[in-house]
Design a protein around this ligand. Structure first.
Ligand code: XIL
Length: 357
């Protein structure tokens, strides 16, 4: 695909937020533009203004994951989530709940039969009924299952070896979707994962999705996380993926988009992958060089050109509001990253201007 021509970038100081072209307005009618937010109660006034000016939806970055929302068998932590739901209603933002069944950020007791006599199957049911039921009718959607497909075809398995799979077998996937649907009859229900665009993993994901649909699970869409690395974006595979997932009748979304400007060990987003970065490897701790920002702008533009060409693509969510909030400052190790559209001072970067130009 041809690279879009580079736009003239403004060289004066960044315009005030209110005078910036709005990302959500530009995409209105065909693409919902979202970002992940950790805690709506801890947004600064300027972050809130930026969020409301540019984004039409948010995804709960952490507060709705099993461990934060349900730290002990009889204890839930709903307070930050209630606040987030209220914030979204107040400002007419769609909210995407993230996530119900995942092998990460889930307490170990979830997968064990405890002194209370509850089995993992019951715990999962109870969790879904409590959490999804509490917010039924108020959330736009749920990332119901996260990262259940295997990264490699080792042992001929197509599913990732997780405590859920070991405890309940493949049926936990169908159970999770069916119980989510029961607890909220209207929310859109998604399967979400990283590297879903890669040919191999895509074949396994298509198999899972087909099995879920055949079993009567009400899957509304597929979320391709999109944690990509600068200069390594797999554009062709992304385009093939959109077409193949859409052919199942599913919404296709890019749910956790960022473009890492520092190389990392692999292109996954597996939280188990860890590495230490030395001070010398923290290449851009004093700022990101203009040529890197320009390449990032071109690659974001090329991605959006692709997204906009395919009506099956309904949402693009950035994984964080601005560079200072990105998880890529901490994973797979600590370094100063610059993966998003707004910098640490909340000013639009070249990638932003390229997208709205
Ligand atoms: C990340 C959060 O951004 C971090 O704050 C947290 O410490 C770890 O999880 N794939 C996912 C997200 O589906 O839930 C992860 O979010 C990033 C990878």
């Amino acid at each position: 695909m041809a690279t879009p021509p580079r736009k003239q970038l403004p060289n004066s100081a960044a315009p005030a937020i209110d005078s910036q072209p709005s990302l959500k307005a530009i995409s209105a009618g065909h693409l919902d533009i979202g970002c992940a937010v950790h805690d709506t109660q801890r947004l600064s006034p300027k972050e809130q203004q930026l969020l409301l000016h540019h984004f039409s939806s948010i995804t709960a970055e952490n507060v709705m994951k099993p461990e934060p929302i349900h730290p002990e068998p009889q204890r839930y932590r709903f307070e930050p989530v209630d606040a987030m739901v209220g914030f979204c209603e107040q400002h007419a933002l769609k909210l995407i709940g993230h996530t119900l069944a995942w092998h990460q950020q889930s307490p170990a007791w979830f997968f064990e039969t405890g002194d209370d006599g509850l089995s993992p199957k019951h715990r999962l049911s109870q969790h879904i009924a409590e959490v999804v039921g509490r917010y039924a009718g108020r959330l736009h959607a749920w990332d119901v299952v996260n990262e259940a497909v295997a990264d490699t075809a080792a042992n001929g398995e197509y599913l990732r070896d997780t405590p859920w799979l070991r405890a309940l077998g493949e049926d936990y996937l169908i159970q999770t979707f069916k119980e989510a649907r029961k607890a909220d009859p209207k929310a859109r229900l998604y399967y979400n994962d990283y590297n879903l665009e890669r040919r191999d993993k895509r074949a396994r994901a298509l198999k899972l999705l087909q099995r879920l649909l055949d079993a009567g699970a009400d899957v509304s869409g597929v979320g391709i996380q999109g944690h990509w690395i600068l200069d390594q974006v797999p554009f062709e595979e992304i385009e093939q993926s959109i077409e193949q997932y859409a052919a199942l009748g599913l919404e296709v979304m890019f749910t956790e988009l960022d473009l890492d400007v520092i190389d990392r060990p692999d292109c996954s987003a597996d939280l188990d992958v860890q590495r230490a970065y030395s001070l010398e490897e923290d290449l851009y701790r004093d700022g990101c060089p203009p040529d890197v920002l320009a390449r990032q702008a071109e690659q974001y533009a090329q991605l959006f050109q692709l997204f906009r060409q395919h009506p099956a693509v309904t949402r693009v969510t950035f994984w964080g509001l601005h560079d200072g909030q990105s998880w890529l400052n901490h994973w797979p190790g600590t370094r100063t990253n610059h993966p998003l559209l707004f910098d640490r001072a909340l000013n639009p970067k070249p990638a932003f201007w390229q997208l709205v130009g």
